[in-house]
Write a protein that binds this ligand. Structure first.
Ligand code: 0HH
Length: 207
């Protein structure tokens, strides 16, 4: 069986949760750089179903949409909970991550200078929602076993801590959760690679 292939710009962006999931679950993969811009526009973009990346290929399966990839890998690798209720909790939190990621990305790429302050000011209200969801729970979103949404929530928290280093200080459950995922051996394995260390979070140098 050939290795999974991933293609994306050389940034953490929307691919890092996927990369981390793969490494933490001992799945070997190959990555192609879709950049720089001319390469992307001429050789990749026209082939993408929605004109955007990341793109993932697993045998005959070709996917775009980062959350679809996370869910595909979750079904394949048993990272989607044990039943419909667990899967729905993972989906719900992943959808919450997506909402906050969209707001973060919009601020980073479209309104950094004026938008950063207000975004950070509104962050506690958003993080409180995740704190509430994780309180009275286990180590991870679904208890003792990691699920796909953990990689996505962790990756977003990581970007937010870079944006505002004290942002988790008022949220002890979330802070402990962030540290717990950070300290998973597979997560550390990914983060210790030269590839990870060389990647900016975003493509415009803002973080
Ligand atoms: N809903 C989609 C998903 O979740 C959204 C994908 C998306 O926004 O997969 N893709 C963007 C790249 S993410 C895209 O394809 C932002 C990273 C930008 C890095 C830019 C340059 C880096 C240079 C080192 N954008 C290209 C396009 O739309 O043509």
């Amino acid at each position: 069986m050939s290795k999974i292939q991933l293609a994306y710009f050389q940034v953490r962006g929307r691919a890092e949760a996927i990369r981390t999931l793969l490494v933490d679950n001992n799945v070997e993969y190959e990555e192609a750089d879709v950049g720089p811009r001319d390469n992307w526009v001429n050789n990749w973009k026209p082939k993408m179903a929605f004109g955007q990346c990341p793109w993932l290929k697993d045998g005959d399966v070709e996917l775009v949409q980062s959350n679809t990839m996370l869910r595909y890998l979750a079904r394949k690798l048993d990272l989607y909970g044990a039943n419909n209720v667990e899967a729905s909790r993972a989906d719900m939190i992943n959808d919450g991550v997506e909402d906050l990621r969209v707001a973060y990305t919009r601020m980073i790429y479209q309104n950094y200078e004026e938008g950063k302050g207000p975004f950070i000011a509104e962050l506690p209200g958003k993080l409180q929602c995740f704190e509430n969801l994780m309180k009275n729970g286990g180590d991870y979103i679904l208890g003792s076993k990691v699920c796909f949404a953990d990689y996505n929530l962790f990756d977003l928290l990581d970007a937010l801590v870079t944006l505002s280093s004290p942002c988790l200080d008022a949220f002890p459950t979330l802070k402990a959760y962030y540290d717990r995922v950070m300290n998973r051996p597979g997560v550390q394995k990914r983060r210790s690679t030269d590839h990870f260390k060389g990647l900016p979070i975003n493509g415009n140098g803002k973080q």
